[in-house]
Design a binder for this molecule. Structure first.
Ligand code: BTN
Length: 256
């Protein structure tokens, strides 16, 4: 808990407003839900909700988000963007990946919202919003060892500790992420992902590969060409160029 204490976080931050109001819970239903409640009460942009535990942590498509109280980093930020929220999920994923460079190498992004090392997931981002504000939350497996994951996740998940061989300070990682995100957010508000596209694609898993996107029961296949300013995935399919807004991305051939 001390690691994530708001006073300690504020001292380490270099931001102007992201994290300047930081609220830490020992346990909450979901930091995204809590931040949404605060946003509806008028809390300002940059307010950051952190929790050691979540009783109802959510992933995309209503999935549950697994976490441990000592090993996960769980937080959500209130944003009040001047443009539509397109690309915000990828912007935070990219900010997380860049921030992690100070701690560990090899972090990549899996469209649309995942943090990966190799072929294993170490974190995910969930943006939720209504008009006027959005909440963008991240869950990162920091100090969890292989035995710490439930059987169904053990083969597909990883953590910073498993990848680096050492335990890390979750507060320091959170500060690095908030610094990185604030540094990009202003430019994103004006120009979307365009200024970051090249650097995002350098870290993008499966770029230029033959992939499948599954979304609500429909499958689209083709070569993963890139992303739009709003974070859509561009696919060269047999029916021509397609842009995909959401979905689960997998490789067409399991050999690659
Ligand atoms: C995903 O991979 O599907 C997204 C996972 C997002 C999990 C984080 S944990 C903090 C925040 N609160 C939630 O309930 N979800 C996000």
């Amino acid at each position: 808990m001390y690691e994530l204490h708001p006073g300690r976080i504020r001292k380490q931050l270099h931001t102007s407003y992201f994290g300047s109001i930081a609220i830490l819970f020992e346990s909450v239903d979901s930091t995204n839900s809590s931040a949404t409640r605060l946003a509806s009460e008028g809390f300002p942009e940059g307010t950051t909700v952190i929790s050691c535990e979540q009783s109802n942590g959510r992933g995309r498509k209503g999935r549950k988000w697994f976490s441990t109280s000592k090993g996960s980093l769980l937080f959500s930020i209130i944003v009040r963007p001047k443009r539509g929220g397109g690309g915000l999920t990828l912007l935070l994923a990219y900010s997380v990946a860049e921030a992690l460079d100070d701690f560990i190498s090899g972090c990549v992004i899996k469209w649309p919202n995942d943090i990966y090392f190799g072929r294993r997931k170490a974190g995910g981002i969930l943006a939720e919003g209504t008009s006027g504000y959005a909440v963008i939350g991240a869950g990162l497996n920091v100090n969890i060892d292989r035995e710490g994951f439930p059987a169904e996740l053990a083969g597909i998940s990883t953590s910073i500790e498993m990848e680096s061989g050492k335990a890390m300070d979750r507060g320091a990682i959170l500060c690095a992420i908030l610094d990185s995100f604030e540094g990009k957010y202003g430019l994103w508000s004006e120009r979307g992902l365009a200024p970051f596209r090249e650097r995002i694609l350098e870290r993008m898993l499966y770029i230029d590969k033959e992939v499948i996107i599954e979304d609500n029961g429909s499958k689209t296949e083709g070569r993963f060409l890139g992303i739009t300013d709003e974070g859509y995935l561009l696919l060269d399919s047999s029916d021509g160029l397609k842009s995909c807004y959401s979905g689960d991305l997998t490789l067409r051939s399991k050999d690659e």
